[in-house]
Design a protein around this ligand. Structure first.
Ligand code: HEC
Length: 133
């Protein structure tokens, strides 16, 4: 009997961890920042992102006038899709969805994965400290 109860407890732990795991977003393994990756991000930003988010990452660009909502000012604005590196990578890769609808922040999944990680760290490097979690 003791053995049966023990088995039941083990099963319960296994099952609940499976169920809890199902709630989480698919895991993204964060690639840590390096000076080389940051340089890649900076270069990719100038080509792909600055037209909307501005050369200074502050959302101040000619295109911003025509966009509503405005492109994010990375220096002050909150992020709707999460501010941690894994979430920002997911946003850059798949685009930003708000209320199940795509936004003008489109997907950049066609960029090389290294460029996308560079972009993540470049964007996060100008975040206000208190907004980092
Ligand atoms: C066509 C203009 C445009 C381009 C190009 C663009 N963005 Fe955006 N981006 C936006 C807009 C607009 C938003 C805000 C969307 C909203 O809130 O509905 C945004 C939001 C974001 C956010 C915040 C997402 C969040 O969770 O709130 C990140 C991060 C971001 N962009 C990164 C990038 C990066 C990196 C690039 C270049 C690879 C890029 N964007 C290119 C327009 C653009």
């Amino acid at each position: 009997m003791k053995k049966v109860v023990g088995m039941f407890l083990v099963m319960n732990v296994v099952l609940s961890s499976v169920v809890l795991g199902a709630d989480k977003k698919p895991a993204v393994k964060v690639v840590p920042s390096t000076p080389a990756l940051l340089a890649k991000g900076k270069a990719a930003f100038a080509i792909n992102c600055a037209a909307c988010h501005g050369d200074n990452l502050d959302g101040n660009s000619p295109a911003a006038a025509a966009l509503n909502p405005k492109p994010r000012n990375f220096k002050v604005d909150a992020f709707k899709g999460g501010e941690d590196a894994a979430s920002v990578f997911t946003t850059i890769t798949g685009g930003l969805m708000v209320d199940g609808k795509p936004t003008t922040m489109v997907a950049f999944g066609h960029l090389p994965v290294e460029d996308r990680w560079g972009l993540v760290h470049y964007v996060l490097s100008v975040r206000p400290k208190k907004a980092k979690k």
